[in-house]
Design a protein around this ligand. Structure first.
Ligand SMILES: [Zn+2]
Length: 421
């Protein structure tokens, strides 16, 4: 049985939480997918240094930033329990503008449509975002509609910092070593690229990078990327009859055959898709890049088979063309790895329930740092941040839900501490 201690939950200051969140979103850390540097936006280093300073102020004396922008810090435990990682990312998505964010605080939200002055044409209401129905009575933060908010993932950072802030006020709350990790460039797929995960000394961690309460994520897509290269044969178009092979046309035929019921816009829940993301080339050479996503390895393999068969039929139709298909694994569904120790999810679900929430287990139609970490041996499911509409100008965060997420973190580290000895 877990030890039950007669300790009150350390109070979480929503005022300081809000201040933190606003301080973090003021720094534009939009990731740049085309950058040669790492991190892709130098402002990520500025946020990293700010956070390292705040972590030291909270008593995490070893807080440091490495040359890539990774923030790592340790709160030493007061119980001999397994060390637990708490992870969030510094960058924001490049899908919407992220500079000059002007946050608006909407106190005591009543379920109405929120009008953002910079984008009155956009509709932010329960009709377009069902999670807002559950946010009635809460204080919400949005941008002014001209930028995203950056709650993905500065809400996650604020949640972790607020949990540490609460622990600083109550050092007797039981926990093992807590290893804090803030990663750059998660949104461009590089969150763990330069992270020496083996040196973290962790077997268990949680990303705080999810959506609205009470979501819990233990599944990501199983992901692969593909490239199709077509080699044509170019001659002068005036003397081309029976000779010219147009790579553009060959590729066009292939794209026309892609299954229309397996696109991102035609699928939801647990369905997988094939998504052509970019096309380039000319008569002589043409190239198509695609991403393949499913939740099951067998489903992903099936999508790969569909592509292979398409390529084979195109070769028959255009015998003189060279058509090459390459499929590369991208990231794994973390669920298979998490199964190695059921406590990683079970304790999170217990912590959610203890916090008065009825957990909703939602598969992520995407990836997280946790997918790569779980494969590398650090089991890392994902906790909610209390925010929604990520990557868009309609992004929102709930002060109440961010505080609830910090409470879940506190209850979760105590649950792990109860395994001590
Ligand atoms: Zn995120």
């Amino acid at each position: 049985m877990p030890e039950i201690l007669p300790l009150a939950l350390p109070p979480i200051s929503t005022e300081r939480l809000t201040e933190r969140f606003l301080r973090y979103v003021a720094i534009d850390t939009t990731a740049d997918p085309g950058a040669e540097s790492f991190p892709s936006n130098p402002n990520e280093l500025a946020l990293a240094e700010l956070l390292a300073g705040e972590l030291r102020d909270l008593g995490l004396a070893d807080a440091s930033v490495d040359g890539f922008g990774y923030v790592v810090a340790t709160l030493p435990g007061n119980r001999p329990a397994p060390p637990i990682g708490l992870i969030a990312h510094l960058d924001t998505a490049p899908d919407a503008p992220g500079a000059g964010i002007r946050p608006i605080l909407h106190r005591n939200y009543q379920g109405q449509a929120l009008v953002l002055p910079g984008a009155p044409e956009l509709d932010l209401s329960p009709a377009t975002c069902s999670a807002l129905t559950a946010a009635v009575g809460e204080d919400l933060i949005t941008s002014d509609g001209t930028t995203l908010l950056g709650a993905d993932d500065k809400a996650g950072i604020a949640v972790i910092m607020s949990a540490l802030d609460a622990l600083a006020g109550q050092p007797d709350w039981p926990h093992g070593d807590l290893r804090i990790v803030f990663t750059p460039d998660e949104e461009v797929g590089n969150g763990t690229r330069h992270l020496e995960s083996a040196r973290l000394g962790l077997k268990f961690a949680y990303t705080v990078d999810g959506g609205a309460a009470p979501e819990f994520n233990e599944e990501t897509f199983e992901a692969a990327n593909a490239t199709i290269r077509v080699a044509g044969h170019n001659v002068h178009p005036g003397k081309a009859k029976g000779i010219l092979i147009n790579a553009v046309e060959v590729l066009g035929d292939l794209i026309a055959l892609l299954p229309k019921d397996r696109t991102p816009q035609a699928t939801s829940d647990r369905q997988g898709f094939i998504h052509p993301t970019s096309i380039s080339g000319g008569v002589e050479q043409a190239r198509l890049d695609l991403i393949l996503r499913d939740f099951e390895p067998a489903g992903l393999a099936w999508l790969g088979d569909i592509l292979s068969e398409l390529v084979a039929s195109i070769r028959l139709r255009h015998p003189g063309a060279g058509v090459e298909l390459e499929i590369r694994p991208a990231y794994p569904n973390m669920k298979a790895y998490l199964a190695a120790d059921p406590r990683i999810s079970a304790f999170a679900l217990e912590a959610l329930a203890e916090a008065g929430l009825e957990p909703r287990i939602v598969p992520i139609r995407g990836g997280t740092d946790g997918a790569m970490l779980s494969r590398a041996g650090i089991l890392t499911p994902n906790l909610f941040t209390g925010s929604g509409n990520h990557h868009s100008r309609l992004e929102w965060a709930s002060v109440h839900q961010m505080a609830k997420a910090a409470e879940v973190v506190l209850r979760l580290v105590r649950r792990w501490a109860a395994t001590a000895g």
